[in-house]
Design a protein around this ligand. Structure first.
Ligand code: BGC
Length: 720
């Protein structure tokens, strides 16, 4: 991989062809989009309609998926490209923060802006359909693709998913929510059956999709796994009943790559598009294509259904306004040498990545050593390969080299460069500070020696994970929650040698921290997967240019057995924890986590007070509102994330409390602000299995407001 410096990137931006990334911002309502789609599709032959529903095959088109174009009536070949983090297989694009970091900001504006940047860049490359967001729940803490999505809570996934949809679709791309549904581990992802009850299905796993449908999402990707022994991509119940009928989803369903297994059962089961088209990659055959034409001709699939499939696809395209001034596709996913130079990255995008990288950093412990002042430190030691720039190129980032900024798989973006942690810290520390390093994770003696005479020692460690089709050291789901590359021993050795040790962990998810009580570990910093500006984002927080405000989108437990769900190697994956996913399990079973969901420190302190709850019917379908005053009681400006948890009436059978609101508020030192929460009918409903309806249980509700799921500062009750 070529790693040019920031300066050469900036120069390129000045001399190259700058992409026209301007949106046409002519989004249509579904009704308007359907009217346009029906006009076009009604003029199409069976073959033309089939063309819209069929991918041209893997590895031979410009994008990871392309549909067949139609002539007279004209309809373009749609370019489908990953992913949830940015534009995959693209040059001169930005490699930003992962989904899990977007979640850690707990900030709707930043979530939207991130998606807007992704949308602008993909649009600039002529992508029509963005293969993101991912809202796969981090059900087991070591799930391989959890980092692509937004953590362990459905409400957070729903908010972040909806912001992604708005941000991307406002740039005229169709967003794709994936992987629908119950695709929460990589182990046996194509051969396992997800076994869940109806209520849990809706309250946890379908919930984020419902919020994205409300936000107008154009497409949904069905997943590889089975439900009730039927592949999801031909599962009438999941696609037709739940997604299209219950959620009133009017866009189209595409298969995950290779997740189609039949012709008529799939089309009739609710699948609208098969991707990448071939039955087995490269075989030139398809379950759709001529096979679908035949199925329509012999009556196995009605022409009405085929028309519905094509109309849904065309409607999504028209809804986001791709019929006007849309850039031509310049990606060459499988022929990168011949990719025309189109620069979609920009200084604004790069600055934004740096900003959201810092905003998503979670400060786990700090005895006051942070923020650093260069004045106090003459010599800094940096230990661990996770602080180093990566030096090798590898397919979809499946390698274990240097600092970690994304997981691996289809959800990755080639990084144009990486500001390594060492570079970020060295630049920010300035010339008066001596920075020394060792990147050898295995030579703990050398690490200890280097650390021993420094004023402060940073020790870096990481974990990795990614998608099933690749493996690193036997992992895709992580095999365990232990740090990689001798991390625990390295941390122990450095902490033994230096009484001002700061631990920095780049991780795809929770890890075990056997060294957490070491007296010399003065801070633990958790930057997640921050993308190409990682070193700068980190330095911004370490040196106090940014006050940390990131919050954990998952629970970090004291031991692996404490979690409520684990990766299963069985065919039948029982979702036995039911509604008690993530922190709900810890609450329900009174287990003390090491670091709770929603937790994160600041350089300041915040007080909460004067909580007021009101059940007067408000705007739209709001059933209750809460207001609370949050005050910055420290002497540093910064943001606080106020979180609202609801406890339902006993009779509802809900977990002890569930997240139903959050607000990230920026407060100057001493400043106080009123924070408002609105709880809608949806927020206060449960899925009643007997009536198959969402109902608002009657009785006493508690609203608990605080700085994490285990740091509740104010609570009040109300009756409904
Ligand atoms: C992944 C999808 C991805 C697709 C296309 C599949 O392996 O599961 O998330 O969008 O490939 O790259």
């Amino acid at each position: 991989m070529i790693l040019p410096s920031l300066t050469s990137i900036t120069l390129l931006a000045l001399t190259g062809i700058l992409a026209q990334a301007k949106p046409t911002s002519n989004l249509r309502t579904w009704d308007e989009a359907y009217a346009k789609a029906e006009q076009v599709v009604s003029k199409m032959s069976i073959e033309q309609k089939v063309g819209l529903t069929t991918g041209m095959g893997w590895g031979i088109t410009n994008c990871v998926g392309n549909t067949y174009a139609s002539e007279d009536p004209d309809f373009p070949s749609l370019c489908l490209q990953d992913g949830p983090l940015g534009t995959r297989y693209a040059s001169n694009a930005t490699a930003g923060v992962s989904g899990i970091n977007a979640a850690a900001t707990f900030d709707r504006n930043l979530m939207y802006k991130r998606a807007e940047v992704i949308g602008k860049e993909s649009r600039g490359k002529g992508v029509h359909i963005q293969l993101g967001p991912s809202v796969d729940m981090l059900r087991a803490p070591n799930g391989g693709r959890g980092w692509e999505g937004f953590g362990e809570d459905p409400y957070l996934q729903g908010v972040a998913g909806a912001e992604f949809v708005k941000g991307v679709q406002d740039q005229n791309l169709v967003a794709t929510a994936k992987h629908y549904v119950l695709n929460n581990q990589e182990t046996n992802r194509t051969t396992s059956n997800s076994d869940v009850d109806d209520r849990t299905l809706r309250e946890i796993y379908v919930w984020p999709y419902a919020r994205m449908v409300e936000a107008g999402i154009g497409s949904v990707m069905c997943s590889y796994n089975y439900y009730e022994d039927v592949h999801i991509c031909e599962n009438d119940y999941m696609l037709n009943t739940v997604l299209k009928k219950e959620l009133s989803f009017r866009g189209f369903v595409m298969s995950d790559w290779g997740a189609t297994h039949s012709t008529a059962p799939s089309a009739n089961g609710g699948l609208d598009m098969t991707m990448p088209g071939d039955i087995n990659y490269g075989d030139g055959l398809s379950y759709f294509g001529p096979n679908l034409t035949k199925a329509v001709e012999n009556g196995e699939v009605t022409e009405e259904r085929l028309t519905d499939m094509a109309t849904r696809i065309a409607a999504a395209h028209f809804k986001v306004g791709q019929d006007k001034d849309y850039p031509e596709t310049t990606l060459r996913s499988f022929d990168r040498q011949n990719e025309p130079e189109v620069i979609v990255t920009s200084d604004d995008h790069i600055n934004f990545v740096r900003e959201i990288g810092a905003a998503s950093l979670i400060l786990l412990t700090n005895d006051g050593i942070l923020p650093l002042s260069s004045k106090d430190f003459g010599k800094i030691a940096i230990v661990g390969s996770d602080a180093a720039p990566p030096s090798v190129e590898c397919t979809d980032l499946a390698c274990n080299d240097g600092t970690y900024v994304q997981g691996w798989g289809s959800g990755t973006v080639d990084f144009p460069y990486i500001i390594s942690p060492t570079e970020g810290i060295t630049n920010r520390a300035g010339d008066s500070v001596k920075v020394v390093h060792t990147y050898d994770d295995w030579d703990t003696e050398a690490a200890a020696e280097l650390a021993s005479d420094a004023d402060i020692a940073f020790v870096f460690a990481k974990t990795e994970a990614g998608e099933e089709y690749l493996m690193v050291d036997g992992n895709n789901d992580r095999k365990n929650l232990t740090l990689w590359n001798n991390g625990d021993n390295l941390i122990q050795a450095v902490a033994d040698a230096n009484e001002n040790t700061v631990v920095v962990i780049h991780s795809v998810g929770p890890v075990l921290m056997p060294w957490i009580a070491h007296k010399n570990i003065k801070a633990v910093v958790w930057p997640g997967l921050p993308g190409q500006e990682t070193g700068n984002s980190l330095a911004d927080v370490l040196f106090g240019d940014v006050n940390p405000s990131g919050r954990l989108p998952y629970t970090i437990a004291k031991k692996e057995e404490d979690y409520g769900a684990h990766i299963s190697a069985e065919y039948n994956i029982e979702y036995g924890e039911k509604l008690n996913v993530g922190y709900r399990h810890f609450d329900a079973n009174d287990i003390e986590p090491l670091f709770a969901f929603g937790y994160g420190l600041s350089y300041s302190t915040f007080d909460y007070g004067k909580l007021k709850v009101n059940t007067k019917r408000g705007k739209r379908d709001t059933l209750a509102t809460a207001t609370v005053f949050v005050r910055n009681t420290g002497d540093v400006d910064g943001a606080e994330v106020a979180q609202a948890y609801i406890s339902f009436p006993e009779s509802a059978g809900e977990p002890p409390k569930v997240l139903r609101g959050f607000e990230r508020v920026y407060l100057k030192a001493g400043q106080q602000r009123k924070v408002n929460f609105e709880f809608t009918e949806t927020d206060l409903s449960i899925y009643d299995e007997e009536s198959s309806c969402w109902v608002v249980p009657e009785g006493e509700y508690t609203v608990s407001i605080g700085a994490s799921s285990r740091d509740i500062r104010e609570s009040a009750t109300f009756e409904l």
